[in-house]
Design a protein around this ligand. Structure first.
Ligand code: HEM
Length: 454
């Protein structure tokens, strides 16, 4: 480590000529990042092609990045520029004054009270899936619950946005388009050389074709809504009714499209992946599963949950939060460094990027006791109050905290509750599930279970 006048120049691996450490990062991201913090400490420096990147792995420093110095650590990083091709200039991707305006307009639609209005739609959709599971259970067939959660959360998000405005074919189009779109976005982030992706003409054309398919659906509905006499009270309508406090202006069609696309994409795969891990853990940990079953029995019995049950399902929420700790769906977050900075004792160069990792912070041995063990009781009110806020970041933190966290938590708790009322999900294989890391982490090969009726 080199010391400059008042700060330390972080050390790190040299990597290969030209490409730097890109192969290490793409081939075994979490293990490699962990090895960097083991070797170099709170801040390590490496290179990805021409980019200099600092891995920051201390909650005090991450608090600075996401909090006080948020204007210097922006979402103008390479990864966000690529995500912008799909999401446009939305709450998720924009920065500065544009972000402030959008967040102010969109945020009220995601308030707890508004989300409560969506709870019946959520439970209806979960019920439909469970009815299908009855048939699968009778036939003693297995299901890949990772895929089932993906289909379920997509359906929930589509209905939350559009009520029933999407035809069956359109729902199918969304489902078909989604995985290749994410995979291609991920490939572009892993190897961010534009010309390379343009030259893969077929893939490039398919990518933009898929975006257009989603655009066509979204714009059709927006246009229909503009002329509707008694529109439903779904998320799209809430976004359409939102007005800028100062100017009184609503979001225009393109801005609405960007927000809708963001909810599509940010709002379902993350929850689905967390739920896939959660079912795996419950099958492996009978004690935890027993306590889940007890709480469901006590609070709900056989009754379908309503929004006011959510605060009483405390153990279920703790299980979900602990799942998000061990298997954070978003494992790595990037930021661009606008100006030279000294972070803690470390010199951080303007024009570079910082990465921080919920996955690593959630396992930081100075902040979590026995970090590899699954223990929902860590989230007891008194214990969690003493926890460093920035050592637990499944939803990010600071002003750019996830806007859909209440939505995700209610949805997850209701899925756990309603599936538990009817079934036990038992893993078919004991083989360990490795994380497959793309933009999000999911269990490699899915989670195959057999349903047992309760
Ligand atoms: C378990 C589920 C979810 C996880 C783990 C998750 C995770 C995250 C994370 C880590 C961020 C911060 C990104 C950053 O700072 O770079 C974020 C932002 C965001 N999320 Fe989520 N998310 C989840 C569900 C949802 C849902 C259900 C929605 C919408 C319905 C949503 C909408 C958003 C939006 C709009 C932002 C951008 C907020 C801003 O920058 O102002 N998310 N999410």
């Amino acid at each position: 480590m080199m010391k400059t006048e008042n700060s330390i120049n972080p050390a790190g691996p040299k990597g290969y000529p030209f490409i730097g450490s890109i192969l290490d990062l793409t081939s075994r991201p979490l293990k490699w990042l962990q090895s960097l913090t083991d070797e170099y400490g709170d801040v390590a420096k490496f290179r990805l092609l021409k980019r200099e990147v600092y891995l920051v792995n201390h909650p005090d420093l991450v608090r600075e990045i996401l909090g006080k110095r948020v204007d210097n650590y922006t979402k103008k990083s390479v990864a966000f520029k690529i995500v912008k091709v799909v999401l446009g200039e939305s709450t998720f991707t924009s920065t500065g004054e544009v972000w402030k305006r959008k967040r102010k307009l969109a945020q009220p639609s995601f308030h707890k009270n508004r989300i409560a209005n969506l709870s019946v739609m959520m439970t209806d959709t979960i019920e439909e899936m469970l009815d299908e599971w009855e048939i699968i259970c009778d036939k003693k067939e297995t299901i890949n619950v990772a895929d089932a959660m993906m289909r379920l959360t997509l359906k929930v998000v589509v209905r939350a946005l559009f009520s029933t405005a999407l035809s069956k074919e359109e729902v199918q189009t969304v489902a078909d388009v989604f995985t290749p779109l994410l995979e291609e976005t991920n490939a572009r982030i892993s190897f961010p050389i534009r010309i390379f992706h343009r030259l893969r003409r077929k893939r490039n054309a398919a990518y933009f074709e898929n975006i257009k398919k989603l655009d066509d659906i979204i714009y059709r509905i927006i246009h229909e809504r503009r002329n509707a006499s008694s529109p439903p009270t779904d998320l799209l309508q809430m976004l359409m009714d939102a007005r800028d406090e100062e100017t009184g202006e609503p979001l225009n069609d393109e801005e609405l499209r960007d927000e809708v696309m963001t909810v599509f994409i940010a709002g379902h795969e993350t929850t689905a992946n967390a739920m896939a891990w959660l079912w795996m853990v419950l099958s492996q940990q009978p004690d935890v599963r027993n306590r889940v079953e007890e709480e469901v029995e006590q609070v709900l019995g056989k009754r379908i949950p309503v929004a006011s049950d959510f605060p009483d399902l405390t153990y279920l929420l703790k299980v979900f939060k602990e799942t998000l700790r061990i298997y954070p769906p978003v494992p790595i977050l990037p930021r661009r460094v606008e100006q030279d900075d000294v972070l803690g004792d470390y010199f951080i160069k303007g024009g570079s990027e910082v990465f921080f990792s919920p996955y690593l912070l959630h396992r930081h041995p100075d902040f979590w006791e026995d970090p590899e063990s699954f223990n929902p009781d860590r989230f007891d009110k008194d214990l969690i109050r003493r926890q460093h806020t920035f050592a637990y970041l499944p939803f990010g933190g600071g002003p750019r905290l996830c806007m859909g966290n209440n939505f995700a938590m209610m949805e997850a708790v209701f899925i756990i509750a309603m599936a538990t009322q009817r079934f036990r999900l038992n893993l078919v294989s004991d083989a360990p599930n490795e994380p497959l890391v793309t933009l999000t982490t999911r269990p490699k090969g899915g989670v195959v279970v057999r349903l047992e009726r309760r």
